[in-house]
Write a protein that binds this ligand. Sequence first.
Ligand SMILES: [Zn+2]
Length: 132
Amino acid sequence: MTVRFIDLPEIPLTDALRQSIYDRDGRRCAACGREEGLTIQHRKNRGSGGTDRFNGCAFLLTLCGGCNLALENDATFAKTGRRNGWKIGNGDDPAAIEVYYAVERAWFLLDAERPLRVPARGSAEDVPEDWR
Ligand SMILES: [Zn+2]
């Protein structure tokens, strides 16, 4: 099985890249829609020590500081985050797992290499209510 994202080179998260991810995500928190205090959420855990390097734009998501912290510290919110694609498992391909954007009430797939997203399901029918 080919796992494409592993083949992408690791690159540093520069400020320019950070800004382009914010632009991709409409400069709003994907979870709550807040426009202030934006941070970059690494959808996949970076492991102990952490790193500012990653291999692909699909790993990165705009969240506000509060939602970013809650994903780490609040088990209920973390569960919602996994269901909405804000957090993914270590074996998951981030470009293949849809992300729910609360403001648009819509699902998107993130491009692996460029800061682009494309509409996915086009329906908010199965959106959980408990992220509100
Ligand atoms: Zn938020």
